[in-house]
Design a binder for this molecule. Sequence first.
Ligand code: HEC
Length: 120
Amino acid sequence: MSRFVTAALAGVILSLAGGLLATGTAMGADDAMAKGRELAFDRKKGNCLACHMIADGDLPGNLGPPLIAMKARYPDKAALRAQIWDSTVSNPRTTMPPFGKHGILSDEEIDLVTEYIYSL
Ligand code: HEC
């Protein structure tokens, strides 16, 4: 391989890596919200709609309370995150899965879901 091609390839690889790093570290607030909504609605991830009414979610269940006015119910965003991470702390007999404690969602995914739910 010529030196030129090698250098060009190295350049492409570096810029791809740079792009990946940029998306990983500088996700905008809108992106985080959209990703959080996707995770909350995904039946193989949060599946929050199985039990909670959420604005513009289809066919919600009603085992849990509707997720509305979240800032009024959780003035402290960390308390909302804690509820999603381990719902059994506030109620040991809850039917809500402890998403963080049981590794159903990663810490990063819980951050994204929290951002979205907090906006409701
Ligand atoms: C299997 C049913 C179920 C699923 C799935 C579920 N929840 Fe819940 N959730 C509940 C129930 C029931 C409660 C009521 C409180 C309790 O049981 O402790 C609750 C309570 C909550 C609360 C507290 C609301 C309040 O005002 O007190 C929040 C916030 C919440 N859930 C968020 C979520 C999110 C976000 C998801 C998805 C990642 C989710 N839940 C998935 C059943 C569920």
